[in-house]
Design a protein around this ligand. Structure first.
Ligand SMILES: Nc1nc2c(ncn2[C@@H]2O[C@H](COP(=O)(O)OP(=O)(O)OP(=O)(O)O)[C@@H](O)[C@H]2O)c(=O)[nH]1
Ligand SMILES: C[C@H](OP(=O)(O)O)C(=O)O
Length: 227
């Protein structure tokens, strides 16, 4: 399975600007990317990072040699939809393609294996995100194209329907959790593997869980933001 991991290499995760500086947002985005890539490689695949700008995997990510040897990086500064559509199955090459977002910090090899194996007779398999996003998908037919942003999950269901393609939805807590807003960080600290890059990076930045009035959130203690 071709696995594409789109990555906004410059100024990522702007919706986290209220709690992280630009430098910190870049560090957290790279930590999540590393965790996603490790899960894809452990699931037995060789992902391609489609980055918006040149990106030195070895210099910018804390990953082991097996991941470094298995991951390739291509630079494509076109908008997300165009960059992904150019890598989906086509008349010339109809091999299945998976697209896994780089901010799925809770991803594990098992959840990915379940996604890739789900619904072999479906032309499209989607793991939606909260708020209507498309966190991950597997495309098995050259007639399907993506249209990201907004309620892209609904758009993708409509595109499949209009083109007579069978689309199945994967109900996955882990694949359904993309880290976009400050309130999403609590999921990384609760459900992220403790040794993963993203939980480790957040704790290094001073984030920890806090329970108030029976609700669990994150609080940032200690050092100020890195400018
Ligand atoms: N290659 C590529 N990847 C993108 C682009 N925009 C977003 N991504 C990636 O797609 C995934 C989901 O996008 P978003 O959640 O919007 O990520 P983001 O743009 O860093 O976050 P915000 O700035 O808060 O919108 C993330 O892993 C991004 O790195 C793009 O234009 N090109
Ligand atoms: C890429 C985009 O992510 P969001 O902007 O919804 O986080 C989408 O899922 O369509």
């Amino acid at each position: 399975m071709h696995v594409v991991v789109p990555f906004a290499a410059t100024e990522p995760k702007t919706r986290l600007e209220s709690v992280l500086s630009p430098v910190e947002r870049s560090a957290v985005a790279r930590a999540m990317l590393a965790d996603v890539l490790c899960a894809v490689v452990e699931a037995g695949h060789e992902p391609t990072v489609v980055a918006t700008a040149p990106f030195d995997l070895e210099a910018e990510l804390t990953v082991d040699d097996r991941v470094l040897e298995s991951v390739s990086v291509v630079v494509d500064d076109r908008p997300l939809t165009e960059a992904v559509n150019d890598r989906l199955p086509s008349a010339e090459d109809d091999d299945p393609v998976a697209v896994v977002m780089a901010d799925l910090a809770l991803t594990t090899p098992e959840t990915l294996e379940a996604l890739f194996a789900h619904g072999d007779d479906a032309e499209v398999t989607i793991a939606p995100g909260r708020g209507g996003g498309t966190n991950a998908l597997v495309v098995r037919h050259p007639a399907f194209r993506v249209d990201y942003h907004g309620a892209s999950y609904l758009d993708h269901c409509a595109i499949a329907r209009e083109r007579g393609l069978r689309l199945e939805t994967v109900d996955s807590f882990r694949l359904g959790t993309d880290i976009d807003e400050p309130e999403d960080l609590v999921e990384v600290l609760i459900h992220g593997n403790e040794t993963n890059c993203a939980p480790t990076r957040l704790r290094e930045l001073g984030f920890e869980l806090e329970t108030q009035d029976g609700r669990v959130g994150v609080v940032r203690v200690g050092e100020s933001t890195q400018s």
